[in-house]
Design a protein around this ligand. Structure first.
Ligand code: ZN
Length: 216
C-alpha cells in the first residue's frame, strides 16, 4: 500500500475521489470526470480498469461496474480479465440502463467492453460525470479492420483523460495496437473467441493483411 492509499484509509476519505491515470494523483472534492482506457485485444485494458477500481475501493469509494449483456465470454456477473482476476459487475442491455443502477452515493462507475454499447453511451457518461461521478471506461478502440469501434472515438474526444494501452505483437515483439482476426468470416465481433485474435503492430498487421488479400 502506498503512503497515499494509507493516508486515504486512515482518514476515511469517502467523499474524495482519486485521479489515477498517468497523471499525478489528485484529490478533489466531489467533481466528476471521464477516463478512458483503450487498446487492442490482450492489451490489458480490463486489468487496468480493475486496478483503478481496486484503488478507488481502498480509498473507501462506492463503486459500481457495468458491462454490456452481450459479453458472455465468462461468468455472467463478473468483469473478468484474461489473467482471471475478477470483479463483480452488472450486465446491462443498453447504456441508458446504467443510469437506473447508479445511486446518489456512488463515487465511481466502471464500464467494461464499452465498444459493444451504442453511441448513447457518450451521453450516459456525460450525465454521470456532470453528477460528480468519476467514470472509468475500458474498451477496444479499433475493430479487427482497424476502424474506430462503436462509441469509443467519441468517448475519447469528450474524456478528461485517455490512456492507450498496448499488447505485444505476436509476430515481432513490438508494441501492438491492432486486433488481427485469424478466424474466417466477416462478423465484426466474434464473442467468446479470444483465441481467434492476435495482437499485431502496424507493420505486421499490414503485411499479414496484404498477403491474406493476395491469397483470397
Ligand atoms: Zn509486429
Amino acid at each position: 500500500m502506498t503512503l497515499f492509499e494509507d493516508c486515504c484509509k486512515k482518514n476515511n476519505f469517502k467523499s474524495l475521489q482519486i485521479v489515477n491515470t498517468e497523471n499525478p494523483e489528485i484529490l478533489s472534492p466531489r467533481q466528476g470526470w471521464i477516463e478512458i482506457v483503450c487498446g487492442s485485444m490482450f492489451s490489458g485494458k480490463t486489468e487496468e480498469l480493475i486496478r483503478r477500481i481496486n484503488r478507488a475501493r481502498i480509498a473507501k469509494q462506492t463503486v459500481e461496474i457495468f458491462k454490456p449483456a452481450v459479453d458472455t465470454r465468462y461468468a455472467e456477473e463478473d468483469v473478468v480479465s484474461h489473467d482471471e482476476r475478477t470483479i463483480k459487475s452488472t450486465p446491462v442491455d443498453a447504456a441508458e440502463s446504467i443510469l437506473l443502477f447508479v445511486n446518489n452515493d456512488t463515487n465511481v462507475v466502471g464500464i467494461d467492453e464499452a465498444q459493444f454499447f451504442g453511441e448513447e453511451l457518450t451521453d450516459v457518461c456525460t450525465t454521470l460525470a456532470n453528477r460528480g461521478i468519476r467514470v472509468i471506461v475500458a474498451g477496444l478502440d479499433m475493430d479487427y479492420l482497424g476502424q474506430p469501434f462503436g462509441p469509443m472515438p467519441k468517448l475519447m474526444a469528450i474524456a478528461e483523460y485517455v490512456t492507450k494501452v498496448h499488447a505485444i505483437c505476436m509476430q515481432c515483439g513490438n508494441p501492438a495496437q491492432f486486433s488481427h482476426r485469424t478466424a474466417i468470416g466477416d462478423k465484426l465481433v466474434m464473442l467468446g473467441e479470444t483465441e481467434s485474435y492476435q495482437p499485431l503492430c502496424r507493420t505486421c498487421y499490414n503485411r499479414t493483411n496484404s498477403s491474406k488479400n493476395r491469397h483470397s
